[in-house]
Design a protein around this ligand. Structure first.
Ligand SMILES: [Zn+2]
Length: 457
């Protein structure tokens, strides 16, 4: 039998760097006081990691045997299917991150229920609650299928044993921070535990073709707790976000080896659990007032889907030596830049104004295509003139005041037309990329410079 040696090492809990000595400041990631003493037992790698060593022949790209097509499990929840790229891939290794209490377990239980309806077996391991707690929670959500097994276990070897016995199609681990390997002496949730447990689960996923979904908690600064290594190991990183005050929940892809990134799924929390929002634009626009000053609709693109959202601006005379700029849902630096462009190139004097920007519904917009909508909202508020309710804006604003093209303008326009929008303000350079429907009610304003929008409002 192979001898095991144990030695003390220090591991940075932030980046996973390992040092023989304690360091006050991590020399890898510059985090302060992040090193924790861990007893490291040198386990023979073949004992824990059951990698199959079948050598596989390289494949030519023009060979396309049918069995190569990735098999996916339909969860019955369309929003989730789309975000992961068309269903959970067989043998996939997924990580779902989110802050506590946001509804990760609820979402996964509903997914388990959906899979069970399609006759797939799910083993749901809860390391945080008892079996009965999780079971009664599942019953409240209306999930009673025999295809879903709930297990309460936190020792990883036992979990793997359970998975090998019941051979589920999907294994859920709730959460990766609470499971541990008894061979390692460090505490659950520490970097070595998380890394080692994840790598064992990965080999389980690949070897037996079980799709494994890990639940990961999020630290105060919003990153998934545990080493970055975890994010590198998994095939797909999903983040479940939302304000605990609001009932909207957003599911985003951060990384996806099996599909597109930047997808967005929208859910609404209700007494029956999470409900899919399949027409989010209507939902986000339903509470718009009549003739609102400083309110503009932006046609945004999230992954493959367009989403119409309302951007509000409030501009008023400042009594402060340095006017206040506040933004919710867009980056503050972007707002500073846009106000500077407005001042210089559109001659809108916002130097002495406090400006507040809000994206309705708790959405966060990161694409620069929102620039035109934001500037229009500011101009509307500054001039105290409402913008027609049926107007929709998109376009990037450059530092010289030029309006630049955005990705997929045609799709953005189509979605807005579907929802009854009639006036479109969009980049002039993209005129020939858009096929204007023959409907005479529609007005298209192709803009090349920011001062043109000033004249139109
Ligand atoms: Zn570090």
């Amino acid at each position: 039998m192979a001898k095991t040696k144990s030695k003390t090492i220090y591991t940075c809990q932030n980046c996973g760097a390992q040092r023989p000595r304690w360091e006050g400041k991590c020399s890898e990631c510059n985090a302060w006081n992040s090193y924790v003493e861990e007893i490291f037992t040198d386990i023979n790698p073949t004992q824990t990691r059951g990698w199959s060593v079948d050598t596989q022949k390289p494949v030519r790209l023009n060979e396309n045997p049918k069995e190569d097509i990735l098999k996916r499990f339909d969860t019955g929840i369309e929003e989730f299917n789309r975000v992961v790229g068309g269903g959970i891939p067989e043998g996939g290794f997924l990580l779902l991150g989110g802050s506590p209490g946001i509804g990760k377990s609820t979402l996964l239980l509903q997914i388990a229920g959906g899979l069970a309806i399609k006759n797939l077996n799910v083993l749901y391991i809860t390391a945080e609650e008892s079996t009965n707690q999780t079971k009664s929670r599942a019953h409240r959500l209306g999930i009673k299928s025999a295809n879903v097994e709930i297990g309460s276990e936190s020792e990883l070897n036992k979990i793997i044993q359970l998975a090998r016995e019941s051979k589920p199609d999907v294994l859920v681990i709730d959460s990766i921070q609470t499971v541990f390997l008894s061979q390692l002496e460090s505490a659950p949730g520490s970097v070595s535990q998380v890394r080692e447990c994840a790598s064992n689960l990965m080999s389980l996923a690949k070897q037996f073709g079980i799709a494994v979904i890990l639940v990961g908690h999020i630290t105060k600064d919003g990153s998934i707790a545990g080493p970055k290594v975890l994010e590198h190991m998994v095939d797909c990183v999903l983040s479940f976000e939302g304000d605990s005050q609001s009932h909207f929940r957003l599911l985003k892809t951060i990384k996806n080896r099996f599909g597109g990134c930047l997808e967005l799924g929208i859910f609404q929390m209700s007494h029956r659990g999470l409900e899919e929002v399949s027409n989010p634009s209507e939902l986000f626009l339903q509470e718009r007032g009549q003739k609102p000053v400083g309110s503009v609709v932006f046609s945004s693109l999230e992954g493959q889907r367009t989403l119409l959202c309302e951007i509000q601006a409030l501009s008023l005379n400042s009594h402060l030596p340095l006017p206040r700029r506040t933004s919710v849902g867009i980056e503050l630096n972007r707002l500073h830049m846009l106000t500077a462009v407005l001042e210089k190139h559109a001659h809108i004097h916002v130097n002495q104004s406090d400006i507040y920007i809000n994206v309705v519904g708790g959405l966060k917009i990161s694409e620069p295509a929102a620039d035109l909508a934001i500037t229009a909202a500011i101009i509307s508020s500054e001039k105290d003139k409402p913008i027609d309710m049926k107007s929709c804006f998109f376009g990037e604003v450059g530092l010289t005041g030029e309006i630049r093209g955005v990705m997929l303008p045609e799709i953005r326009v189509k979605e807005a037309i579907k929802l009854g929008f009639k006036n479109f303000y969009l980049p002039g350079g993209q005129k020939n990329q858009i096929e204007i429907p023959k409907n005479k009610d529609l007005n298209f304003y192709f803009l090349n410079h920011i001062k043109e929008i000033n004249n139109l409002i």
